[in-house]
Structures are given as C-alpha cells and as structure tokens.
Ligand binder design. Sequence first.
Ligand code: 5GP
Length: 208
Amino acid sequence: MAITGTLYIVSAPSGAGKSSMINAYLSRHRAYPAQVSVSHTTRASRPGEIDGNHYHFVNHDEFKKLISEQAFFEYAEVFGNFYGTSRHTIEKTLAEGIDVFLDIDWQGARQVKQMMPEAVSVFILPPSREELENRLHMRGQDSPDVIKKRMDEAESEMSHYNEYDYLIINSNFDEALSELTAIITGQRLQTRQQAAKHRGLLDELLSK
Ligand code: 5GP
C-alpha cells in the first residue's frame, strides 16, 4: 500500500506566529519529507518577500484566469486580496508521499476540509490581544492603518477556532512548537501510516 502524504492546514490571525512555527518545525526535522505550499496572491509583495518563495505574486487578471482554469484547490478573498492554493502542486506532492503544510485562512480551511476530511487542521492563537498587537508592530512590515485593520480582521479569523481539529496557544514559542510536533508525530504514528512504512518489519515479525 503506497503512503500518501498528509495535508496539514495551519491557520491563525496575522502575528500569531504560524509561519515561524512551521518553518522552525521543518528546519528541526530536515529528514522528514514535507513542504510548505506556496500560494498565489494578488497582494503586493512586502519588503524582503521573494516571488515564487513566499508567494507567487500575480495580478487580478492572472488570478481570475487561474480560477477559470480550476487551477486552485481552494481560494479566498482575505483582507481585500485574493489568495489561492495550487491544485496541481498539492495533489502531486501528496501522491509522492510528501506531507504538505497549508498556511491559509479559515475560508480556505473550510473548503479543504470539505474536499479532504482527512486533512489535519490546526489553529494557532496568540496569548492575548495585547500580545498580538505588539507582534504586529514588531514585524515592522505594515503601516499603522494596516495593523489596525489586521487587528479587526484577527478577531473574525479567531472566531473560527472551533472549526479546527487542534488548537495551540502560542504563549511560549518552544512549548507551542512542541505541541505542533506532538500533533505531527501522532499523525505519523497512526497504524495505517506505520504499517505502510514498516511493511518489511511486519512481514518478518508475522512470518512463521
Ligand atoms: P499575508 O498577506 O499576511 O501573507 O496573509 C494573509 C492571510 O491570508 C493569512 O491568514 C494567510 O494564512 C492567508 N492565506 C495565505 N495564502 C492563502 C491561500 O492560498 N488561501 C487562503 N484561503 N488563505 C491564504
């Protein structure tokens, strides 16, 4: 039986630390076959963001064309910009047995769960409103107006926490990372996954 990769959905309001947590997990588990999906977006790139690395930056017409070609596994309008996940990349990567992390909002998470109920969804919350606002300021990438708008949007994003399989409070980064690690480890230890991975061992143990 071939093992297909697991799809992880990770959502959080901006500033809750989800990208740092996913990246920290992957850099500490380099042998683990997994990758982060690079979304398409119509939003302008922020300083330091690289096209094709952080996002595929496209204009509205290109995004609409991709929608009409059914190129997206899911897509949504978030903060006035469009974001979408490439269907081809996700399907190909999972079929190769590689896990995929989607850093997407609740609207995308809902679409993915409908299409693929076995996807594992994780919501990350900040420890307080004050801390969330501090983190948005510290990032230094957005103007005060954008930060205020993002705080308002954060509230509506956070109201969807109960649609997710797992909930992590990112109060202490290392603890939150251990919790994410526990979720992924638990998933990888499921009998179905382990049996496919250790076929040879099982055959040997069970042969008379
Ligand atoms: P940012 O502009 O800060 O990079 O992302 C804004 C929001 O859009 C975040 O909540 C992020 O998770 C979400 N997002 C990023 N890519 C996608 C995507 O492909 N689909 C959906 N539905 N949301 C996305």
